[in-house]
Design a protein around this ligand. Structure first.
Ligand SMILES: *Cc1c(COP(=O)(O)O)cnc(C)c1O
Length: 356
């Protein structure tokens, strides 16, 4: 029996989507691959509400996070962090010799527009990096209000990690002037792990042109230029299997309807939150709760590994807390193609195991 993964990625992939991974190969310099990429790009532009170009990277999302901060920081990057993935972005800057400063908030709290304003008002920075949805703490940052702040400043490349939210929570790239929005296949889009996606704006292109050492494999400008020149192809061989599955799954997403999809995520989140408040406590600031995963404070001191072993016997799995939050919190993800019934079944099973 396939296990249902209520972990924040990878999540279950529908059988019919998985089957598309087994489509016979086509050449990476063929007319068919150009058409395939063009179709994918058009669909992703709808899902991300953008007219900017779409880039696919054969890597997980982290590859594009590293590529974005390295390719597009000229002066200095301001990296905002409300958890593990924000910290990771800062580390990527440092290890690539990209000048950057880290601005942290307490775990479970959101990045505020006021903090972003204060940092940008120093005039020291020309790129900001921020999570839309921080998967270690269950925070969805107020990205629209932050966008209003970023807009006040000239020439800031606005990079947003939406790895665990894009496709599950609405993010309007163009309306919010997001220059680079990054996501991975294995989270809210409901695809197998192995590819990453980003949007790439005119401002990001102009900036990258001024950056000398952009690396090679994750040089976003090189990817973009090649794609433009060679009719939607890439400098190196992409994961064509993922592209087949993506082309198909994006149709499923658009057929469901974006608003319906976002509302389904909201409904699943509401159910898990109510359950969590009934038996435990929410770890996350209630004003910024994520619709794609819930982080629950383990105030009952349950043995999370033991709970998970019992869940696994029944064909399900949840996630322990991330990093320092291990055993102090646990996480239930509700993203991708799950529905309310799946979530009810999971929560009922947990109730049964814990004797609630
Ligand atoms: C999962 C995740 C990442 C890392 O993505 P990979 O595809 O595993 O590289 C980055 N940021 C956030 C918010 C995530 O949830």
């Amino acid at each position: 029996m396939a296990r249902k993964l209520f972990i924040p990625g990878p999540i279950d992939v529908r059988e019919d989507v998985l089957e598309k991974m087994a489509t016979p190969m086509i050449g990476h310099r063929s007319k068919e691959i150009s058409a395939l990429q063009e179709r994918i790009s058009k669909k992703l532009q709808k899902i991300f509400y953008t007219e900017n170009e779409i880039l696919l990277s054969t890597s997980s999302g982290s590859g594009l996070m590293e590529g974005a901060i390295r390719s597009c920081t000229s002066k200095k990057a301001a990296v905002f962090s409300c958890g593990a993935f924000g910290d990771r972005w800062y580390k990527m800057a440092v290890t690539n010799n990209v000048k950057a400063d880290l601005y942290n908030v307490d775990l479970g709290k959101a990045i505020t527009p006021e903090l972003v304003d204060k940092v940008l008002s120093t005039g020291e920075y020309d790129l900001i990096a921020i999570q839309h949805n921080e998967t270690s703490t269950g925070i969805t940052n107020p990205i629209e209000k932050i966008a209003d702040v970023v807009r006040k400043y000239d020439d800031i490349v606005f990079c947003v990690d939406a790895v665990s939210s894009a496709g599950g929570i609405k993010i309007e790239v163009d309306k919010n002037n997001i220059d680079i929005l990054i996501t991975s296949t294995q989270k809210a889009l409901g695809l197998p792990p192995g590819m990453a996606i980003c949007t790439f704006s005119e401002r990001a292109i102009k900036r990258a042109e001024k950056v000398e050492f952009r690396g090679t494999y994750f040089d976003l400008l090189a990817m973009y230029k090649y794609l433009k020149k060679k009719n939607y192809q890439y400098p190196s061989t992409p994961s064509i299997s993922h592209m087949f599955a993506m082309d198909y799954q994006l149709d499923n997403i658009l057929e469901e309807g974006l608003e319906n999809r976002f509302n389904r995520h909201k409904d699943m989140a509401n159910l898990v939150r109510a359950w969590a408040e009934n038996h435990f406590k929410l770890f996350t600031d209630k004003n910024y709760l994520s619709n794609t995963l819930t982080v629950i404070e383990n105030n009952q001191n349950i043995n999370i590994s033991e709970l998970n072993s019992k869940l696994i016997e029944k064909g399900m799995q949840i996630a322990n807390g991330y990093g320092d939050l291990k055993d102090k919190t646990f996480r239930i993800s509700h993203m991708g193609d799950y529905n309310i019934e799946d979530i009810k079944y999971l929560l009922d099973t947990i109730d049964e195991i814990l004797g609630f």
